[in-house]
Write a protein that binds this ligand. Structure first.
Ligand code: DX5
Ligand code: ZN
Length: 226
């Protein structure tokens, strides 16, 4: 089943609770929170404080995407604030396996993130230890960027890696996702679609979410008939 994780990066923060309630009601599966430190990526966003507010606004699992250096220092704080899933970039930590253990010890599902230029080999040794792999289809740091087409091939190779290794990891995709490419990324292996501007950047986020879910699910049902 395809799931959508709207990213609040493109939300109206003056009406955050209301906007999250709208997408929850419309069928979102997660709330994706983009955490940026101004070092690992050239932008600054939010910390555990906002995750705590999001936690009070929704029952949905919170998917914290940490684009920060030394994520080990903050895993406890994000878990305590209410994050349910925490993903980290392999380049941002010295001991990825240990970081994944910390996420699990904090009671969260653990994900690893692949930047567009990061090879699959970076996560091969931990693919059986993680709950999901997040494939970046733009360079992290900003919402509203253009989808990088080479991601399709990477998704297919990742799906093969997961199948052959017996991993139970799910595949999440993040960056430039919209109704025009949702079906294609699902066909290539994506199971959870992050969408910022395609949901919260639209005048009616709930309607945009339903349309995205429809666009993504058509492909999924066609695939299950095949
Ligand atoms: C980018 C973030 C994304 C971003 C996606 O660094 O990781 O989650 O919000 O935004 P869109 O969907 O607009 O590309
Ligand atoms: Zn993200």
């Amino acid at each position: 089943m395809v799931e959508i994780a709207p990213s609040i990066l493109s939300a109206d923060f003056t009406r955050l609770g209301e906007q999250i309630a709208a997408i929850e009601h419309a069928g979102a599966a997660y709330v994706h929170v983009d955490v940026m430190d101004g070092h690992f990526v050239p932008n600054l966003t939010v910390g555990p404080f906002i995750v705590e507010s999001v936690r009070r606004a929704t029952q949905l699992p919170i998917d914290a995407h940490l684009m920060i250096e030394n994520p080990d220092n903050f895993i406890g704080a994000f878990a305590a604030a209410g994050a349910n899933l925490i993903s980290v970039h392999p380049e941002a930590t010295y001991h990825l396996h240990r970081t994944i253990s910390y996420i699990h010890q904090a009671g969260c599902r653990a994900g690893v993130v692949l930047n567009p230029a990061t090879p699959l080999a970076m996560i091969e040794e931990v693919v059986n230890d993680v709950d999901y792999v997040l494939v970046m289809s733009v360079n992290p740091g900003f919402g509203g960027q253009k989808f990088i087409p080479s991601t399709f091939e990477k998704l297919r190779r990742l799906r093969t890696l997961i199948q052959t290794s017996g991993s139970r990891a799910r595949i999440e995709i993040d960056g430039g996702i919209g109704i025009e490419n949702a079906a294609a990324v699902v066909a290539a292996g994506a199971e959870i679609l992050v969408a910022g501007s395609a949901v919260f950047g639209k005048p009616d986020p709930a309607k945009a979410l339903r349309e995205l879910l429809d666009a993504a699910s058509v492909q999924a049902s066609e695939r299950s008939l095949a």
